[in-house]
Design a protein around this ligand. Sequence first.
Ligand SMILES: Nc1nc2c(ncn2[C@@H]2O[C@H](COP(=O)(O)OP(=O)(O)O)[C@@H](O)[C@H]2O)c(=O)[nH]1
Ligand SMILES: [Mg+2]
Length: 500
Amino acid sequence: MSLSELDPATLSSRYQLLCRASHPDPDEHPLPPAIKQALSQLDDLIHQELPELARQGSPDHIADLLADMSREYQRLAAFCEFPDLGSKVVVGIGGAFSTGKSSFINTLLGGPKRLATEVDETTALPSHLMWGEQEQITALNLFHRRVGLTQEEFLSLTHEEKVRYGSQVSALLKSAYLTLPEFPWRHLSLLDTPGYSKPDDERGHLSSDANIARSQLNACQYIVWLVQADAGVISENDLAFLATLRRDIPLLVVISRADKKPEEDIQAITRLVSDTLAARGITTLDVLPFSSRKKRLYPVEPIQAWLEQWEQSPQAPTFAINFSKLFFNYRLFLDQWRRHAGRRLHKINRILALADNDVLMKDAQDLKSMAQQECDQAEELGKTLTDIEYRLFQQLRLVAGVLNMPMPEPSAMDLLQPVIQDMAAMLRELRERRDLPELDLSDVLHDLTKAGTLGNLDKLLLRTQPHPALQELTEPQPVTRLAELLRQPASPSSIENLLP
Ligand SMILES: Nc1nc2c(ncn2[C@@H]2O[C@H](COP(=O)(O)OP(=O)(O)O)[C@@H](O)[C@H]2O)c(=O)[nH]1
Ligand SMILES: [Mg+2]
């Protein structure tokens, strides 16, 4: 259909929607000044001060770290716009494109169709659905302005919008919030996420959609992951993606579009998916078949029962925990750097003590001052990081206070998780200290746990093909124990147990 074929009323209403959606001015419902100020300070800390610190010394995955910080900030900013969300348990619905996520939510809610479902994959809007006295749909545009939408307008924001109206309003919007009087759970909010990749994409890498989906799902308190029954298996992409999600978020897996396969196959598929996930070290609450077409054969009730259970266990938002983890990750690098320089200094001092001629002394002195400089720099950066973290948490607590939302800060146990990545270094250090040259797993470990390459850690955790070096080892005992340990938060003492 061309634009000239649209009747004037349709054309006019679409044009008006486009005008509303592209409005760049600040919202007419401004945030409380205290929140605005706190957000602006957080913005400065995350987008100015941290990158400035990173320029002086940073781990090699700093780009990811800063991007995660920024996403967490964006999430908090969106949260402040809809503080209702602060007290909800957010259940993220994830899965590849067209696995039936939106259809699944429509079925869960019963009643009229709330979310658009499509044959073609679409760059859908992340949409939060929750209970509210009034039926209301609000989207946030790229300029943080609220845009009210009618149900009809919201449902029109699909792949087909461009064909039908020539417009792409959804490209101007960041997220949508639906409040519904008939929403069955007062304490829950469902988040319909855009797919992270095509189910049959075998290129083996995850797109930028994957990063968006990951940060959205990692911010949820529960995850329902849809695997479409069509292929009969769970894809490598799904497994790789699931392995990068936070492991402390309970995960329920749904075999969707179950009507696409004969009934007798579904049982086998469910079992196979369940076994595959277990073999890759991904823990699930359950794996349940579902179809939005054959509801009697694959009822939604067992899934609803889980939601009922989650409804009873309200949880607090995770901003403080997530920020803490990111800071901890950075600090780990600085500590490692300082320790490394410190060890070098120690060795140089030993050389200096034994040096018996001036030339050697001079060289060693030069090396010593370089190592000392590095030590000082790492220490200085550590202090700046602590200061930034302190000020960031001040603002976070302020926001939590104004919005009256709980924001628990993480326990030491939560924070120990990233230590896993540091295992090779810890093992080597322990071995050096104990003078144990014979246990030489550390090179394998180093290879497997190189900073930033989480994929290797997944190999170690047996989520993907095992590392060849691990297969070649004649003595599998330490490796098995190591893998076991890695499933739990590692600590220096638990790693010490590995040594003979
Ligand atoms: N046969 C069958 N098709 C389904 C089912 N659920 C969704 N679909 C279809 O799968 C396509 C994608 O569904 P949608 O809910 O938009 O998936 P999403 O991209 O994951 O949100 C649409 O064509 C739906 O009609 C189901 O249970 N059975
Ligand atoms: Mg969808």
